[in-house]
Design a protein. Structure first.
Length: 216
């Protein structure tokens, strides 16, 4: 599997493209801006076939590029059911944050309802429901490669804020505990903002994670 990271938009969102080098099946994770359009066109020119656009949650900085990317790739947009309303509301903030958005036509082609498994070539990607930052936040976990895309649930040395609409600190704590029990210490974490990390690093250096796992 190949991974490409683009930092896009006014909030410096990490958008990721992952693809299977044999089948050329590709997925976009968190398309945070239309800046991705020329980049994805280039990848399509190299033979990539985008089948899915997956948002880790519905906040505007993670879905702002969905409409244009769906048009050029024909890929299916997938979002957790519990974030559809959050997405609609957060698109209204987009204007203030400087996003150049078309508000229509962001309805998902597929909604997750709980944990699920999706495939990329021969790879199995687990969709883990991790509410807290938003009610429909998810983490994409690829056990065979020991990597996870954690959206705004878990960052290097921080965790997602829970003061926005639909946020819940008790739910976030439960989700962090679940991730800590699911990953092993070498699991690489690719968050929605900022640098990558590993679970082991976070267990040692992330004061929020340490507090939560101590039962706080
Ligand atoms: Zn967010
Ligand atoms: Zn974000």
């Amino acid at each position: 599997m190949k991974l490409v990271n683009y930092v896009v938009g006014p909030l410096s969102t990490n958008s990721y493209v992952i693809y299977d080098e044999v089948t050329m099946d590709a997925i976009v994770i968190d398309p945070g801006s239309n800046e991705l359009v020329p980049k994805c066109r280039e990848l399509i020119g190299k033979g990539l076939k985008f089948s899915k656009i997956i948002a880790t949650h519905g906040h505007v900085d993670h879905v702002a590029g969905v409409k244009s990317l769906r048009e050029i790739t024909g890929a299916k947009f997938m979002l957790h059911k519990s974030d559809i309303e959050i997405m609609d509301i957060s698109l209204d903030w987009g204007w203030e944050l400087g996003y150049n958005l078309s508000l229509e036509d962001l309805s998902p082609d597929y909604v997750y309802e709980g944990d699920e498994v999706v495939s990329l070539g021969d790879l199995e990607i687990k969709i883990i429901h991790t509410p807290g930052h938003t009610p429909g936040s998810i983490v994409l976990y690829i056990p065979s490669l020991k990597i996870a895309f954690t959206g705004d649930t878990l960052f290097r040395e921080s965790v997602g804020r829970t003061d926005l609409m639909g946020g819940s600190w008790p739910a976030l704590k439960e989700s962090i505990r679940r991730l800590a029990n699911t990953f092993n210490s070498e699991t690489i974490i690719y968050p929605g903002h900022g640098p990558s990390s590993t679970l082991g690093y976070e267990l040692r250096n992330n004061r929020f994670v340490k507090h939560i796992l101590r039962g706080g």
